[in-house]
Design a protein around this ligand. Sequence first.
Ligand SMILES: [Zn+2]
Ligand SMILES: [Zn+2]
Length: 101
Amino acid sequence: MATTCALCRRSIPDERLEDPGVVQTHHLRPEERATSPTVSLCRPCHDQVHALFTNAELRESFDTVAALRDADRLAGYLGWIRGTNKLDVSTRTSDHVRRER
Ligand SMILES: [Zn+2]
Ligand SMILES: [Zn+2]
């Protein structure tokens, strides 16, 4: 059964799922793992979300898939990733997130 990424909506074929990191569980409210809803994201989307948003931003403003999908910060990435079948992407943590760490 192919898995679909909740964010980019790409379908990840079964043969790619042999790589255990290809689909990851994202807690929509980071640091509230016990109560947070979760979604399945492909590895590039998960990396990208955490590269562009701090945990506080995710909790306060982007704790639904719909909010993430509409986020200006992700628009360029989503437009690009949807046209590829890449599941290994090198992601650069934004300065904005880096400062919060
Ligand atoms: Zn994705
Ligand atoms: Zn996550």
